[in-house]
Design a protein around this ligand. Structure first.
Ligand SMILES: *[C@@H]1O[C@H](CO)[C@@H](O)[C@H](O)[C@H]1NC(C)=O
Ligand SMILES: *[C@@H]1O[C@H](CO)[C@@H](O)[C@H](O)[C@H]1NC(C)=O
Ligand SMILES: *[C@@H]1O[C@H](CO)[C@@H](O)[C@H](O)[C@H]1NC(C)=O
Ligand SMILES: *[C@@H]1O[C@H](CO)[C@@H](O)[C@H](O)[C@H]1NC(C)=O
Ligand SMILES: *[C@@H]1O[C@H](CO)[C@@H](O)[C@H](O)[C@H]1NC(C)=O
Ligand SMILES: *[C@@H]1O[C@H](CO)[C@@H](O)[C@H](O)[C@H]1NC(C)=O
Ligand SMILES: *[C@@H]1O[C@H](CO)[C@@H](O)[C@H](O)[C@H]1NC(C)=O
Ligand SMILES: *[C@@H]1O[C@H](CO)[C@@H](O)[C@H](O)[C@H]1NC(C)=O
Ligand SMILES: *[C@@H]1O[C@H](CO)[C@@H](O)[C@H](O)[C@H]1NC(C)=O
Ligand SMILES: *[C@@H]1O[C@H](CO)[C@@H](O)[C@H](O)[C@H]1NC(C)=O
Ligand SMILES: *[C@@H]1O[C@H](CO)[C@@H](O)[C@H](O)[C@H]1NC(C)=O
Ligand SMILES: *[C@@H]1O[C@H](CO)[C@@H](O)[C@H](O)[C@H]1NC(C)=O
Length: 385
């Protein structure tokens, strides 16, 4: 029965066509071939992502670059717009439509548009830390059906108010605006509005309800969202969502031990990191290296001496994956952990002459000798990082 339900839902996906439900292709073993388009509009397409066939690590990482009528370009993953891709953290930002329900007080009926998004069998999961399920309205109960590939979750958000009193800009606490977190590992959602919360009782000041999964940092509640269609209009009907992405469905241990040609962290000085949001892993350059761990030779040494001159006031020597900070002759490290050098406390020449001229000051000469040996010791202990 559960399988039947799932099957039915997969067939009725709106945002993502059924072709997505195909079995994932095996990961290609070749790195990104030459001649692949790496920019779409102003978005850099970094491998493992690629535009068109054969340019991505696998079919699941293929994107489309589409030309708009006005000559600009947009990147699409099927019919989902991709606006940002990052390797560390392995995240992307996509645009998804706003679900809405409005009461027409003239016709006394309700119209709505609700969305579902399936990222099943894709490398993407909704970020549980960056996104919030958000409902806006004066008479709103929005449900959020979530799925992680095995288990269904139903959650919801109530937003009610009987007047504009008690609504504050920037405050989303259940009065006119409601936000909840989502669990880990989710790759499917569907928005529903409860038909009994339809704005018919509050239509004198608010006709519409909205519900979205949205990047929390991009949202700031305005009281105008209750009385106008500004929320929809200002966002052009679409809001940003952050997705975490990962390679395959194996842990690092399994992927590495299978010794499979599909292990994606191919660069030397790269390492494998298990995904914390759903199955799979991602790659990262080891500390001291930067670049693209998914390409052969992709992780290159960071020249720390060039990058952050201030962290070493002495002599900075770059090494593979690290650097050495030493103090020049005549100076010593401030302490064992410091990268700062202090001038050696030299006794000025005229003091020396006075001491030596005074002749019999044995104790004072000892003091000077001790001082010098301490300085020497400090110099030898100069930290090398
Ligand atoms: C895209 O990559 C180029 C070099 O590969 C870099 O100079 C540029 O800043 C990148 N643009 C963005 C938006 O990250
Ligand atoms: C061009 O069109 C796209 C989609 O139709 C739109 O998102 C974008 O803002 C437009 N850009 C400009 C500069 O008009
Ligand atoms: C890219 O566009 C082609 C042709 O429209 C389509 O068949 C394919 O499914 C699209 N792929 C993705 C990942 O959007
Ligand atoms: C992509 O991410 C960068 C860094 O977070 C940000 O400055 C930029 O505005 C983002 N682009 C889009 C289209 O969201
Ligand atoms: C409400 O319904 C009336 C009558 O059918 C229609 O003329 C009007 O355009 C509708 N208003 C909205 C905002 O859809
Ligand atoms: C709106 O909801 C109320 C209950 O809150 C219900 O009685 C009414 O029939 C609904 N109206 C429409 C048009 O669905
Ligand atoms: C609402 O009622 C109007 C007029 O009776 C009708 O034209 C419209 O199609 C109805 N809308 C919905 C969503 O039922
Ligand atoms: C879905 O969540 C359940 C419970 O946390 C977990 O046992 C299961 O492995 C998850 N499924 C996937 C595909 O991640
Ligand atoms: C909230 O900000 C909007 C403009 O964004 C303003 O019109 C409205 O009066 C403000 N509401 C309150 C309660 O300050
Ligand atoms: C993991 O992915 C492989 C192919 O990519 C697939 O055959 C297998 O069924 C998946 N395993 C699970 C537990 O989803
Ligand atoms: C992994 O494969 C390489 C070459 O394909 C081989 O030299 C190596 O011995 C293999 N390691 C293990 C643990 O099977
Ligand atoms: C060390 O001495 C040099 C001149 O010999 C001077 O320019 C510098 O500021 C001194 N540094 C410190 C930390 O006292």
């Amino acid at each position: 029965m559960a399988w039947l339900l799932l099957f039915h839902l997969l067939l009725t996906l709106l945002l993502v066509p059924n072709s997505l439900a195909q079995a994932p292709q095996p990961l290609a073993q070749a790195p990104q071939p030459l001649g692949c388009q790496t920019i779409c509009g102003d978005l850099n397409i970094t491998y493992p992502f690629g535009i068109g066939q054969g340019c991505a690590l696998s079919k699941e990482f293929e994107l489309n670059c589409t030309r708009n009528k006005n000559g600009t370009y947009n990147t699409f993953f099927f019919n989902v717009e991709v606006v940002n891709i990052s390797l560390f953290p392995s995240q992307a930002r996509i645009k998804t439509p706003i679900s809405w329900q409005c009461y027409n007080s003239t016709a006394k009926n309700v119209s709505q548009s609700t969305w579902q998004l399936s990222l099943t069998t894709t490398p993407f999961r909704f970020s549980n830390t960056k996104n919030k399920f958000t409902a806006i309205g004066a008479d709103t109960l929005a449900y959020f059906d979530l799925h992680n590939g095995t288990i269904w979750y139903v959650t919801g958000c109530v937003s009610v108010c009987s007047s504009l009193q008690g609504l504050f800009n920037g405050s989303c606490t259940g009065i006119g605006c409601c936000q909840i977190a989502i669990p880990l590992g989710m790759n499917y959602y569907k928005v529903r509005f409860d038909p009994n919360y339809n704005n018919s009782f509050v239509s004198s000041f608010g006709q519409c309800s909205y519900a979205v999964l949205i990047e929390a940092d991009s949202f700031n509640f305005s009281t105008a969202y209750i009385t106008t269609t500004n929320f929809f209009d200002d966002n052009n009907g679409k809001v940003p969502v952050v997705v975490d992405w990962a390679i395959g469905n194996e842990t690092c241990m399994v992927a590495q031990h299978n010794n499979s040609t599909s292990y994606a962290c191919v660069s030397s000085n790269s390492r494998c990191v298990d995904s914390t949001n759903g199955p799979g892993y991602f790659c990262s350059c080891e500390e001291g290296y930067k670049g693209n761990p998914y390409l052969y030779g992709g992780c290159t040494d960071i020249d720390e001496c060039q990058q952050n001159k201030s962290s070493c006031t002495g002599i900075c020597t770059n090494t593979q994956g690290s650097f050495i900070c030493s103090c020049p002759r005549g100076t010593h490290a401030v302490d064992n952990s410091s990268r700062d050098c202090n001038n050696d406390t030299r006794v000025p020449l005229w003091v020396k002459l006075v001491i030596e001229a005074s002749g019999d000051g044995d104790g004072e000469r000892d003091w000077k000798a001790d001082g010098e040996s301490e300085e020497k010791e400090a110099r030898d202990k100069a930290p090398s990082i």
